[in-house]
Design a protein around this ligand. Structure first.
Ligand SMILES: [Cu+2]
Length: 154
C-alpha cells in the first residue's frame, strides 16, 4: 500500500522528463533548419536559381551574333545553362568572359544544325561577354553579345 504514492510520483516525473526531452528535440530540429537555411543563403558557391537559357546564332549578315530565345534576367548567384542551338550557316563556339576579362566557360565549336549546352555560375555583377572565337568571327564580325548580371542585394 505504501508503494502506490511513490510509484505514481515516479510515473509523473518520468512523463514530465519525456515531455521536456521531446521539446528539446523540437528545438534542435528548429535550430538545424535555421542553420541549413542561413548556410544556403550565405554560401557564395551555392546557386540561388538554376535555369536554362536558349541561344541561337545569327550569321545571316556581316555582323554575326548570338540571339537569346527568351528574356534575359541574370542575377548574381544564378547558375545558367545556355542551350546553344547553332541556327547559323557557319561553325560557332561559345566563350563566356567575366567583367575582369577572364574566361570562365567555353563550349567547343558547334556545326550548323547542332547544339550544345554550357553551364555557368554567375558570382559577380557586371557585363559578361559571350564571344565566338572561331576564325575571325569576333575580330571581323563582332560576334560578341553583352549580358548584364545584376546584384539583387546592391
Ligand atoms: Cu562564330
Amino acid at each position: 500500500m505504501s508503494q502506490y504514492p511513490s510509484t505514481t510520483r515516479s510515473a509523473t516525473v518520468s512523463k514530465q522528463s519525456t515531455i521536456r526531452r521531446r521539446s528539446a528535440n523540437r528545438w534542435c530540429a528548429a535550430l538545424l533548419v535555421v542553420f541549413a537555411v542561413s548556410c544556403g543563403g550565405d554560401g557564395e558557391a551555392t546557386p540561388t536559381r538554376q535555369y536554362t537559357l536558349g541561344l541561337t546564332a545569327d550569321d545571316s549578315d556581316d555582323r554575326y551574333r548570338y540571339v537569346a530565345t527568351e528574356a534575359v534576367d541574370i542575377r548574381v548567384g544564378d547558375e545558367v545553362t545556355f542551350e546553344f542551338d547553332n541556327t547559323g550557316l557557319l561553325v560557332h563556339d561559345l566563350v563566356v568572359v567575366d567583367p575582369d576579362g577572364d574566361t570562365i566557360a567555353t563550349a567547343p565549336p558547334v556545326v550548323p544544325g547542332q547544339s550544345t549546352s554550357l553551364t555557368v555560375l554567375f558570382e559577380q555583377s557586371g557585363f559578361f561577354r559571350l564571344n565566338c572565337l572561331v576564325d575571325d568571327h569576333l575580330t571581323a564580325h563582332e560576334m560578341q553579345t553583352f549580358v548584364e548580371v545584376t546584384d539583387p542585394d546592391a
